[in-house]
Design a protein around this ligand. Structure first.
Ligand SMILES: [Zn+2]
Length: 158
Protein backbone atom coordinates (compact mmCIF):
# COMPACT_ATOMS: atom_id res chain seq x y z
CA UNK A 1 0.00 0.00 0.00
CA UNK A 2 1.41 3.37 -1.07
CA UNK A 3 0.01 6.70 0.02
CA UNK A 4 -0.23 10.34 -0.92
CA UNK A 5 -1.11 12.53 2.06
CA UNK A 6 -2.61 15.98 1.51
CA UNK A 7 -0.86 19.06 2.90
CA UNK A 8 -2.95 19.02 6.09
CA UNK A 9 -1.69 15.53 6.93
CA UNK A 10 2.07 16.13 7.01
CA UNK A 11 2.48 14.62 10.48
CA UNK A 12 0.51 11.55 9.46
CA UNK A 13 2.80 11.17 6.43
CA UNK A 14 5.85 11.15 8.73
CA UNK A 15 4.33 8.43 10.88
CA UNK A 16 3.38 6.30 7.89
CA UNK A 17 7.01 6.47 6.77
CA UNK A 18 8.17 5.49 10.25
CA UNK A 19 5.90 2.48 9.92
CA UNK A 20 7.61 1.71 6.60
CA UNK A 21 4.87 2.85 4.22
CA UNK A 22 5.89 4.59 1.01
CA UNK A 23 4.19 7.95 1.51
CA UNK A 24 4.44 11.14 -0.49
CA UNK A 25 3.37 14.26 1.37
CA UNK A 26 1.73 17.06 -0.58
CA UNK A 27 3.58 19.43 1.76
CA UNK A 28 6.86 18.34 0.10
CA UNK A 29 5.67 18.84 -3.47
CA UNK A 30 6.81 21.88 -5.45
CA UNK A 31 3.25 23.13 -5.70
CA UNK A 32 -0.09 21.98 -4.41
CA UNK A 33 -3.09 21.82 -6.58
CA UNK A 34 -5.90 19.29 -6.62
CA UNK A 35 -5.41 18.26 -10.25
CA UNK A 36 -1.74 17.63 -9.63
CA UNK A 37 -2.48 15.56 -6.50
CA UNK A 38 -5.03 13.44 -8.33
CA UNK A 39 -2.56 12.86 -11.19
CA UNK A 40 0.16 11.70 -8.82
CA UNK A 41 -2.21 9.37 -6.97
CA UNK A 42 -3.36 7.86 -10.23
CA UNK A 43 0.02 7.65 -12.00
CA UNK A 44 1.87 6.21 -9.00
CA UNK A 45 -0.95 4.01 -7.74
CA UNK A 46 -1.15 5.81 -4.40
CA UNK A 47 -4.14 5.98 -2.10
CA UNK A 48 -4.96 9.64 -1.54
CA UNK A 49 -5.37 10.47 2.14
CA UNK A 50 -7.22 13.70 2.67
CA UNK A 51 -9.20 15.78 5.15
CA UNK A 52 -10.78 17.72 2.29
CA UNK A 53 -14.27 16.44 1.54
CA UNK A 54 -14.41 18.15 -1.86
CA UNK A 55 -11.11 16.65 -2.97
CA UNK A 56 -12.22 13.25 -1.68
CA UNK A 57 -15.42 13.38 -3.69
CA UNK A 58 -13.56 14.49 -6.80
CA UNK A 59 -11.11 11.61 -6.41
CA UNK A 60 -13.96 9.12 -6.11
CA UNK A 61 -15.64 10.56 -9.18
CA UNK A 62 -12.44 10.25 -11.20
CA UNK A 63 -11.79 6.71 -10.03
CA UNK A 64 -8.79 7.59 -7.85
CA UNK A 65 -8.57 5.58 -4.66
CA UNK A 66 -9.01 7.96 -1.75
CA UNK A 67 -9.76 7.93 1.97
CA UNK A 68 -11.41 10.74 3.88
CA UNK A 69 -9.32 10.64 7.03
CA UNK A 70 -11.04 11.02 10.38
CA UNK A 71 -9.38 11.96 13.66
CA UNK A 72 -8.37 15.22 15.32
CA UNK A 73 -4.75 14.26 15.87
CA UNK A 74 -2.22 11.89 14.37
CA UNK A 75 -2.92 9.15 16.97
CA UNK A 76 -6.60 9.10 16.05
CA UNK A 77 -5.81 9.29 12.34
CA UNK A 78 -3.48 6.28 12.52
CA UNK A 79 -6.04 4.35 14.58
CA UNK A 80 -8.63 5.20 11.91
CA UNK A 81 -6.41 3.80 9.13
CA UNK A 82 -5.75 0.63 11.12
CA UNK A 83 -9.47 0.12 11.72
CA UNK A 84 -10.10 0.63 8.01
CA UNK A 85 -7.65 -2.20 7.35
CA UNK A 86 -5.31 0.05 5.34
CA UNK A 87 -2.24 -0.23 7.56
CA UNK A 88 -0.82 -2.38 10.31
CA UNK A 89 0.99 -1.13 13.37
CA UNK A 90 4.34 -2.76 12.80
CA UNK A 91 7.55 -2.30 14.68
CA UNK A 92 8.27 1.44 14.91
CA UNK A 93 10.41 2.78 13.50
CA UNK A 94 10.65 0.22 10.74
CA UNK A 95 13.96 1.75 9.59
CA UNK A 96 12.91 1.31 6.00
CA UNK A 97 12.00 4.89 5.11
CA UNK A 98 13.21 8.34 6.02
CA UNK A 99 10.47 10.19 7.94
CA UNK A 100 11.74 13.47 6.47
CA UNK A 101 11.78 12.68 2.76
CA UNK A 102 10.38 9.15 2.18
CA UNK A 103 13.81 7.97 0.88
CA UNK A 104 14.97 4.43 1.60
CA UNK A 105 17.28 3.92 4.59
CA UNK A 106 20.32 1.69 4.62
CA UNK A 107 22.64 0.61 7.41
CA UNK A 108 25.71 2.82 7.81
CA UNK A 109 28.97 1.75 9.36
CA UNK A 110 30.23 3.52 12.43
CA UNK A 111 33.24 4.74 10.46
CA UNK A 112 30.95 6.30 7.86
CA UNK A 113 29.09 8.53 10.31
CA UNK A 114 32.17 9.64 12.23
CA UNK A 115 32.19 13.43 12.51
CA UNK A 116 28.62 13.64 11.25
CA UNK A 117 26.82 12.86 14.49
CA UNK A 118 27.42 14.37 17.95
CA UNK A 119 30.43 12.84 19.71
CA UNK A 120 28.29 11.57 22.59
CA UNK A 121 26.02 9.78 20.15
CA UNK A 122 28.99 8.35 18.27
CA UNK A 123 30.53 7.02 21.49
CA UNK A 124 27.36 5.47 22.86
CA UNK A 125 25.83 3.87 19.73
CA UNK A 126 26.94 1.05 17.47
CA UNK A 127 24.11 1.04 14.96
CA UNK A 128 23.40 3.79 12.46
CA UNK A 129 21.21 4.22 9.41
CA UNK A 130 21.47 6.73 6.61
CA UNK A 131 18.87 8.00 4.14
CA UNK A 132 19.91 7.17 0.58
CA UNK A 133 18.02 10.24 -0.63
CA UNK A 134 18.69 13.15 1.77
CA UNK A 135 21.63 11.79 3.77
CA UNK A 136 19.98 12.17 7.19
CA UNK A 137 21.56 9.87 9.77
CA UNK A 138 19.48 7.93 12.32
CA UNK A 139 20.29 6.05 15.49
CA UNK A 140 18.35 4.59 18.37
CA UNK A 141 18.25 7.62 20.64
CA UNK A 142 15.83 8.68 23.34
CA UNK A 143 13.17 9.40 20.71
CA UNK A 144 13.05 5.63 20.20
CA UNK A 145 11.29 5.09 23.49
CA UNK A 146 8.89 7.95 22.82
CA UNK A 147 7.92 6.37 19.48
CA UNK A 148 7.09 3.09 21.18
CA UNK A 149 4.95 4.96 23.71
CA UNK A 150 3.20 6.74 20.86
CA UNK A 151 2.34 3.43 19.19
CA UNK A 152 0.97 2.14 22.49
CA UNK A 153 -1.34 5.17 22.61
CA UNK A 154 -2.55 4.43 19.08
CA UNK A 155 -3.16 0.78 20.00
CA UNK A 156 -5.25 1.90 22.95
CA UNK A 157 -7.57 3.72 20.54
CA UNK A 158 -8.25 0.65 18.40
ZN1 LIG B 1 15.70 11.36 3.75
Amino acid sequence: MRFLADAMLGKLAEWLRLLGYDTVSAADLPFVDDDYLLDIAEDEGRVLLTKDKELYQRAKKEGVEAVLVEGKDVEEQLAFLVKKGLIELREVPSLERCPRCNGLLRRASKEEVKGQVPVGVYMSHEEFWICTNCGQIYWKGSHWKRMKEFVERVKALI
